[in-house]
Design a protein around this ligand. Structure first.
Ligand SMILES: *[C@@H]1O[C@H](CO)[C@@H](O)[C@H](O)[C@H]1NC(C)=O
Ligand SMILES: *[C@@H]1O[C@H](CO)[C@@H](O)[C@H](O)[C@H]1NC(C)=O
Ligand SMILES: *[C@@H]1O[C@H](CO)[C@@H](O)[C@H](O)[C@H]1NC(C)=O
Length: 489
């Protein structure tokens, strides 16, 4: 099988690699599609000898406002007279579907998008090449499946905690008042990752296992109350007792909304679960973009588009505290469609945390983390309980910060009280998501300012905490919520 690689992408990777080898670290690489208002630059490699059909995703220029039928007429795929169908992806507890895709009986065309307009199409490579330079289309690329940023085979299902008979127990906790009159809580039965977010020094393990639930977490009592967190993932086990009804599904690319993978429930738990979560009071909005067969690229664009729409409605409502997107998903190489939709999210004032992925290589080769250099998304690498970069974690200057990502205990999809330990930058990303939610309450001025929030978060991360365990350039920052010293045991 011939692999047809987009020339623009190939150039990017080649440029980046030679740049890394050759250039001093102060210069920024130029990703050609990142210039605001850049002209369409779609071109294809010419080494293909066949002209086979592939699926493509196209993003329209913001200036292109004509009806779809006119656009398809112009590019030679007239949809006139073809069968048109509406596919509902918005999950509502009643009322009209809140998100639709439309499919046509021509080349498998599907159209969607509110905050940007996009379509997918199955066409020949030569037909794609013919769209090169079309002013309506700002981005065109082959569709590509994505991966969960969890280490395969790392999942260990643990016995449920707390026992179901007791329902959700209260924390083993105490409430205290700081000198600055902030009320805070120390949770005494926490997983290690939560302690590490809220103390100044490496954890003294004292003979414990990393998966023991005997660590201490200190957090601001507000715990992200009212913040909307959009979990772009495999769905969420919303009936899990740990979510206390704060988790809801709002989008599914697949019709079904259950989490048949477990990944989304685990990530959502690290953000928001009562015992395993960083920000125990946030609202969780589930966006299902993948299932047991994999993660779909166009679903990511559509799902984030749906999140932006909801955010834009919510931000006009009383009680709005800010929005965060958590995305523990990615692939290599960087995908233009990821960039386009995440830039829209950032422009709308949504904070974004993403996983650096687990290939133990330069994070700049991965989507969406590479874009942390062009837009203020936060790209998160994984560390272990000894403050060492996890051997699997991507690294380099496209990682903004590390967070705990090895032996992370959180909620799972096996049943309503299930928990599991997982490894991956998938587990590190939601820790930063939770920290952003916490900071949104403490810093209302940053509510709609992702760039300032990123600066703030990186500014209070622990400097030099991550000791490189092999020759690696880039950040040595470890995420932190700013509590001084270490918890009292
Ligand atoms: C989605 O389609 C349904 C059925 O055609 C319609 O009632 C609904 O208003 C549409 N929703 C949006 C957001 O366009
Ligand atoms: C949920 O699964 C865990 C792990 O297999 C088990 O310990 C627990 O008893 C189960 N709980 C229920 C309610 O089925
Ligand atoms: C952390 O260090 C301890 C003590 O040196 C060691 O036993 C343990 O295996 C290390 N854990 C990890 C995850 O590397």
């Amino acid at each position: 099988m011939k692999k047809l690689v987009l020339l623009s992408t190939t150039i990017l990777i080649t440029t980046l690699q030679s740049f890394i080898l050759a250039a001093p670290t102060s210069t920024k690489p130029k990703h050609k599609w990142h210039r605001p208002g850049a002209k369409p630059e779609v071109s294809y490699s010419t080494h293909a000898t066949d002209d086979s059909y592939h699926d493509y995703i196209a993003i329209l220029s913001d200036k292109e406002v004509r009806p779809w039928s006119e656009i398809f007429d112009e590019i030679g795929f007239s949809t006139k007279g073809s069968k048109k169908m509406t596919h509902s992806m918005g999950v509502n507890s009643g009322g009209k579907p809140s998100y639709n895709m439309t499919s046509y009986g021509v080349n498998g065309i599907r159209t969607f998008g509110k905050n940007l307009r996009a379509f997918t199409i199955n066409m020949k490579e030569s037909e794609a090449r013919a769209l090169d330079g079309n002013p309506s289309i700002i981005s065109l690329e082959r569709t590509q499946m994505r991966e969960w940023a969890v280490v395969a085979g790392s999942a260990k299902i643990m016995s449920s905690s707390p026992p179901v008979s007791q329902g959700v127990r209260n924390f083993d906790s105490k409430v205290s008042k700081r000198q600055d009159s902030m009320m805070w809580i120390q949770q005494g039965n926490a997983p290690w990752n939560l302690q590490r977010l809220s103390c100044a020094h490496k954890i003294d393990i004292k003979g414990r296992q990393a998966t023991d639930l005997s660590y201490n977490y200190r957090f601001n009592q507000a715990a992200g109350k009212g913040v909307d967190v959009y979990v772009v993932d495999s769905g969420i086990n919303v009936d899990h007792v740990e979510f206390q009804g704060r988790a809801r599904m709002m989008f599914s690319y697949f019709g079904k909304v259950d989490d048949d993978v477990g990944h989304g429930t685990h990530c959502a738990g690290t953000i928001a679960a009562l015992h395993y979560g960083v920000a125990k009071n946030v609202n969780i909005w589930g966006i299902k973009v993948g299932d047991s067969r994999g993660v779909n690229g166009e679903a990511i664009v559509a799902g984030i588009d749906a999140a932006i729409t909801r955010h834009n409605q919510r931000k006009l409502q009383p009680g709005f505290m800010g929005s965060v997107i958590s995305m523990s998903i990615g692939t290599a190489p960087p995908q233009q469609s990821d960039f386009m939709i995440l830039r829209k999210a950032i422009e709308a004032g949504i904070h974004v945390s993403v996983a650096a992925m687990n290939s133990a290589t330069d994070a700049c080769n991965f989507s969406p983390g590479a874009f942390s250099q062009q837009i203020p998304i936060i790209n998160v690498g994984a560390a272990d309980i000894n403050d060492t970069r996890a051997p699997f974690s991507n690294f380099g200057k496209c990682v903004d910060v590390y967070a705990p990502g090895v032996s992370i205990v959180s909620t799972f999809n096996n049943n309503a009280t299930g928990i599991a330990s997982l490894d991956g930058t998938s587990m590190a990303c939601p820790a930063v998501t939770g920290i952003i939610a916490d900071e949104l309450i403490k810093n209302p001025k940053l509510r709609l300012d992702p760039a300032a929030m990123k600066k703030h978060i990186l500014g209070r991360a622990l400097k030099g905490a991550i000791k490189p365990d092999n020759v690696i350039t880039g950040t040595e920052l470890l995420i932190n919520n700013g509590f001084p010293g270490d918890p009292q045991i």
